[in-house]
Design a protein around this ligand. Structure first.
Ligand SMILES: [Zn+2]
Length: 439
């Protein structure tokens, strides 16, 4: 027997066992249940554990661009309609407004309480019990200020929508076990469910299947989709996700190929690490969609430092900034500045005698004179240096709190540290790119 043949034989006997053995029992049961309800796999995929991304999906065959990686029948989607048709739907029949996320969260708490009596039991069993997103932390005092503010807003919203539900269920009891609904709908359970919806719901273009007779204060465009939440996000993945009304399904197509034995990714959208961390509880190192945002004050302070004589801007310039909404994306990325950022600094730094028409011409043609571009770069360098100091200070403050926080929020803490590191890396790269770039 030749050496090559021997190797082949050995390979056949032992086909990469490590990659497939991590398919959990929960996943196997989920798939079995979904098949009973008419779901069919479209590709050979299986759940596995990955060192960098945690639980995800692995390809058991080569997946070509254009392949449908998942098709989920309507009856397996949890939408507002599903909730309204369930035993708990009466909560939302009052003449009050609810958010889609609130409705889905209540449903999850209820179905989790029902345990094996729940139709959705196999799906609920696959859901995580805890999260690394900051909204799930009881104590957020240790977070850097910017993250703390954003997290506080989310937590206030969770609390507000929770109280609205608790007021409705009041003194009612569960049909199954006679427990007061108020103790079933404990805040901890509701915030768990809220995080499930935040981290796993898919966006559905408003369509006929989502029609419901409940007052919603936002658009009815979220659904929980069993199986699909096994796929992880990657900024390089390209997918098309949509409803096929004629087939009664929601499906995801990959626009890029994946080779056998590699992890299959989908794309949640062009999200910066800040957004990924706040909404989903993870970051992607060297994320190509990453940005660092600057505030209006960051820009104004830096302009004043470089050109102390520019103390104010006239009303024409102010009106122009507002009309064009040039405060929307004031940020930098690894390769330079956002368009809003360049325009805002340019408007702030132009000498008072430059007419607004001339300013508009430069901005919309995206061509700045050498002198103007030099000033923009000098202003940005001031902002970048201040931001670098800020992040480095926050990093070292975080390390002081290391021991006590990691005990409670280990994973979340690691991501916050990683996030600050990514910000520092990005700012340094941006500074370097401005050195070389000439307009
Ligand atoms: Zn009960």
């Amino acid at each position: 027997m030749g050496r090559v043949l021997r190797m082949r034989k050995r390979k056949k006997k032992n086909p990469k066992p490590d990659l497939y053995k991590n398919s959990t029992l929960e996943y196997v049961e989920l798939v079995k249940w979904m098949k009973e309800l008419g779901w069919k796999p479209t590709c050979k995929l299986v759940s596995s554990y990955f060192q960098n991304t945690g639980r995800g999906m692995i390809a058991k065959e080569n997946i070509f661009a254009g392949s449908t990686i998942a098709k989920i029948p309507y009856r397996l989607l949890i939408t507002v309609k599903t909730v309204l048709e369930s035993k708990i739907g009466w909560i939302f029949s009052r003449h009050k407004f609810f958010t889609t996320q609130q409705v889905l969260s209540v449903f999850l708490v209820w179905e989790r309480h029902l345990g094996e009596f729940s139709t959705w039991n196999k799906y609920i069993n696959c859901l995580p019990k805890t999260f690394s997103c900051p909204a799930y932390c009881n104590n957020i005092d240790w977070l850097p200020s910017n993250l703390k503010e954003k997290t506080k807003d989310i937590q206030n919203n969770i609390l507000k929508t929770y109280h609205a539900v608790v007021n409705i269920i009041d003194k009612k009891k569960c049909d199954h076990c006679n427990t007061f609904l108020s103790s079933i709908f404990a805040y901890e359970m509701y915030s768990w469910a809220w995080c499930i919806v935040s981290t796993r719901a898919v966006y559905l273009c408003p369509s006929t299947i989502l029609q419901s007779y409940v007052l919603l204060s936002d658009e009815n465009n979220l659904a929980l989709a069993p199986y699909i939440d096994f796929f992880n996000h990657n900024c390089c993945a390209e997918v098309k996700a949509y409803i096929v009304e004629s087939e009664g399904i929601y499906q995801i197509e990959t626009l890029i190929p994946f080779s056998k034995n590699s992890e299959i990714f989908i794309n949640y959208g062009p999200l910066s690490n800040d957004r990924l961390f706040i909404d989903y509880g993870f970051i992607i190192p060297s994320n190509i969609q990453d940005i660092v945002s600057f505030s209006y004050d960051n820009v104004l302070d830096a302009v004043n430092e470089i050109i102390p004589s520019n103390k104010y801007i006239n009303e024409y310039r102010c009106r122009f900034l507002k009309e064009k909404k040039l405060f929307t994306d004031v940020s930098c990325h690894a390769d330079g500045l956002s368009w809003d950022c360049q325009a805002l600094i340019f408007v702030f730094s132009c000498p008072p005698d430059v007419k607004i028409e001339e300013i508009k011409r430069s901005i919309f043609s995206n061509k700045f004179k050498n002198h103007s571009w030099d000033i923009i770069c000098r202003v940005v360098k001031v902002i970048i240096n201040k931001k670098l100091n800020e992040y480095e200070k926050e990093s070292s403050e975080l390390m002081i709190k290391h021991g006590e926080i990691t005990k409670m929020y280990g994973e979340c803490f690691t991501f916050v540290r990683g996030l600050l590191g990514e910000h520092i890396k990005l700012l340094n790269k941006c500074a370097l790119s401005l050195e070389t770039e000439k307009k």
